[in-house]
Design a protein around this ligand. Structure first.
Ligand SMILES: C[S@@+](CC[C@H](N)C(=O)[O-])C[C@H]1O[C@@H](n2cnc3c(N)ncnc32)[C@H](O)[C@@H]1O
Length: 209
């Protein structure tokens, strides 16, 4: 019961269980995020957006990478925005980070604002995956890159691996080919992906021409 309350709050954290979930995501996704970011070099001075930023741990990691640049985080959960702002208060104060409440389907940014967009463990929940990838494409500069990060990769050897979480949250584990195909259909080029051996971790990277 408690476990269910916790996992249900991965969708849009709120209230008591949401706070616990945020703490657990900040900790539990840290190694996955470090692994994925190692495949995604970020240049000094970059303007980077973290979509579905949750409790803000990735925003904080990105702030260490952008140098004179700036990191923006958005999440549609009010609680996540508060927690991410708190975790990153120093970076927010000095203007290196800005975190606001917004949905991926309607990003509150002008066209071609970002050098890079990162999305960790959030794609499963997006309401219109193809449209949402196109919305991210809109805010990327030409030559800008997207990084999608997943822990829930389908496992051929264990097809039921994610069944209970899929059923409970109404989401689907992803496949490497499925994600690459969606990126292609959304207009991205230079699509490549990496799977960490011995795990179900996937990161996909693509570019706007
Ligand atoms: C499993 S959490 C991952 C959070 C964070 N990226 C991390 O790795 O810890 C999924 C996050 O995506 C956010 N989210 C889900 N759907 C969203 C949407 N349509 N627009 C913006 N944020 C969304 C949720 O509020 C939640 O914070």
């Amino acid at each position: 019961m408690k476990y269910h309350k916790l996992t249900e709050n991965a969708v849009k954290p709120e209230g008591f269980w949401g706070k616990l979930m945020i703490r657990s995501m900040n900790k539990g996704h840290s190694e996955l995020t470090d692994w994925a970011l190692a495949h995604f070099p970020i240049e000094n001075g970059s303007r980077v957006l973290d979509v579905g930023c949750g409790g803000g741990r990735t925003v904080s990691k990105l702030c260490d990478l952008v140098g004179s640049g700036k990191v923006y985080g958005i999440d549609y959960s009010e609680l996540c925005v508060k927690k991410a702002q708190k975790l990153n208060h120093k970076n927010v104060l000095c203007g290196r980070a800005s975190i606001s409440q917004a949905a991926v389907s309607a990003l509150p940014f002008e066209d071609e604002k970002f050098n890079a967009v990162v999305a960790v463990e959030t794609y499963y929940f997006w309401p219109d995956k193809l449209g949402d990838l196109k919305e991210i494409y809109r805010v990327l500069k030409r030559g800008g890159r997207i990084l999608l990060v997943f822990e829930m990769l389908q496992d051929e050897n264990n097809p039921d691996k994610w069944k209970s979480v899929e059923n409970r949250l109404g989401i689907e584990a992803v496949s490497r080919e499925g994600i690459e195909d969606m990126l292609f259909r959304a207009g991205y080029l230079n699509i490549r992906s990496h799977v960490k051996s011995g795990t179900t971790w996937l990161c996909a990277i693509a570019e706007k021409e």
